[in-house]
Design a protein around this ligand. Structure first.
Ligand code: DAH
Length: 360
C-alpha cells in the first residue's frame, strides 16, 4: 500500500509535467481523483490492510490526495497565465521598441477603448454616467445584496479610508445611485439604460496580470419584461463592434450576490474560431464579462418594484479588454505614465477629432 502510494505520486508528477493545457490537467484529475481514479481505488484497498496499519495507511492516502489536489490547482493557475499570455501575444499590435513621439499628444489606451464602447452604447440609447472613486459600505456592498460579513466580500480586498468610506472595488458600487437617478423613467414608461465606466481599486499583489488600480465598465438596463435574451443581444452587439467581427457568445452560471441568475459571458475564441487552441484552453471559448439579471433586493434597495420591473447588469473588465484589443502583455503599462508605451495607440486606432477639424 505504501509503495503503491509512492508510485502513484511519482506517476502523477511525471504526467503532470507533461500536461500543457487545462484540458490535460482535468484529464489527470479524473484519472487520479475521479470515482474510478487511482487514489479512489487505493482507498478501496484500505479494507484489506490489517487493522493495526489502517490508520497510518489512511493518512498516507490522504496526504497523497491533498498533494495531488494542490499540484492540480497550482498547475491550472500556471497554465491559465500562459494561456492568457498567448492570447495577448496573438493580438499583438503594440510594439515596445517604437520610438516615442512627443510632438503630438495622444490618448491613453483605456480612454480609446472606453470611448469606443461608450459610442456603441450611446447608439443603443444608453446614457453614460460618472461616479466618484470614493464610496461607502452601503453602496459598494449592502445595496448590492452583500451584507456585512458575507463571504463574497473576501473576493474584493478593499482600501478603507479613515472616514468610514472606501475606494470603490467595482463599478457596481454606482448601481444604487444610478437606478435612483433614472427611476422616474420607469414611471413615464421608459426604460433605464445606463453605462458607467470607472477606475476601481483592490488590494492586489501586482504582477503582469494584476493591478491594484484598474478600469471596469458597468451597464444596466431595467424595464418591464427585460429578459436574458435582451442581455445576450446587447452584449453580442457591443462585442461584435469592439472586435469588428461577428462574435458568438454563450452564458455559463456564475455567482455574484447582486444578480440572480448570474453568469459568466464567454465569447467564441477569436484565434481559432471555436475549434479549440491553446489560447482558449482547447475549449473554443474565452471568459470575458460577468453579468446577470439584477437581484430583486438590489431593485428594492433603489425603490423599484421587482414584481413589476426586471433588468440586467454587466461588469466589463475594460483594462483586460484593452490588453486584448491592443496586445498589451503587461497590465502595469497602463499606470506607468511611460509615454514611450502609452503614446503609440492614438494614430493607429483613433483619429484625433482636433486634427480632423483642422483638416476639414
Ligand atoms: N462587480 C463584479 C466584480 O467586479 C462584476 C460584475 C458581475 C458586475 C456581475 C455585474 C454583474 O454587473 O452582473 O467582480
Amino acid at each position: 500500500m505504501f509503495e503503491k502510494a509512492e508510485e502513484l505520486k511519482k506517476l502523477f508528477e511525471e504526467k503532470s509535467n507533461q500536461a500543457a493545457a487545462s484540458q490535460d490537467v482535468e484529464q489527470l484529475r479524473i484519472e487520479f481523483l475521479g470515482k474510478k481514479g487511482f487514489v479512489t481505488g487505493l482507498m478501496q484497498e484500505l479494507r484489506n490492510v490489517p487493522n493495526e496499519k489502517k490508520k497510518e495507511a489512511g493518512q498516507k492516502i490522504n496526504e497523497l490526495k491533498q498533494a495531488i489536489e494542490a499540484q492540480i490547482a497550482e498547475k491550472l493557475e500556471e497554465i491559465k497565465k500562459i494561456e492568457e499570455q498567448k492570447l495577448i501575444d496573438a493580438t499583438e499590435s503594440y510594439d515596445e521598441t517604437m520610438p516615442v513621439s512627443v510632438d503630438v499628444g495622444s490618448y491613453h489606451p483605456i480612454t480609446l477603448v472606453r470611448r469606443e464602447v461608450e459610442s456603441i452604447f450611446l447608439s443603443m440609447g444608453f446614457a453614460v454616467e460618472d461616479y466618484s472613486e470614493i464610496t461607502d459600505d452601503y453602496n459598494c456592498f449592502e445595496a448590492l445584496n452583500i451584507p456585512k460579513h458575507h463571504p463574497a466580500r473576501d473576493m474584493q480586498d478593499t482600501y478603507y479610508l479613515s472616514t468610514n468610506q472606501l475606494l470603490k472595488t467595482h463599478t457596481s458600487a454606482a448601481q444604487n445611485t444610478i437606478l435612483r437617478k433614472y427611476k422616474s423613467n420607469l414611471e413615464q414608461g421608459n426604460p433605464i439604460r445606463a453605462i458607467f465606466p470607472g477606475r476601481c481599486f483592490r488590494n492586489e499583489k501586482i504582477d503582469a496580470c494584476h493591478e491594484n488600480t484598474f478600469f471596469q465598465m458597468e451597464g444596466i438596463m431595467v424595464d418591464k419584461d427585460i429578459s436574458i435574451s435582451n442581455l445576450i443581444y446587447f452584449m453580442k452587439t457591443m462585442l461584435s463592434e469592439v472586435f469588428q467581427r461577428d462574435i458568438t457568445v454563450r452564458l455559463r452560471p456564475g455567482f455574484f450576490p447582486f444578480v440572480e441568475p448570474g453568469f459568466e459571458l464567454d465569447i467564441q475564441c477569436l484565434i481559432c474560431g471555436g475549434e479549440g487552441c491553446p489560447s482558449c484552453k482547447d475549449s473554443g471559448w474565452l471568459e470575458l464579462c460577468p453579468c446577470g439579471m439584477i437581484h430583486p433586493n438590489v431593485l428594492t434597495a433603489a425603490g423599484i418594484d421587482p414584481e413589476e420591473y426586471t433588468g440586467f447588469a454587466f461588469g466589463l473588465g475594460m483594462t483586460r479588454l484593452a490588453m486584448m484589443r491592443y496586445g498589451v502583455k503587461d497590465i502595469r503599462v497602463f499606470n506607468s505614465g511611460n509615454l514611450k508605451d502609452l503614446s503609440q495607440f492614438t494614430e493607429k486606432s483613433f483619429t484625433n477629432p482636433e486634427n480632423e477639424s483642422k483638416e476639414a
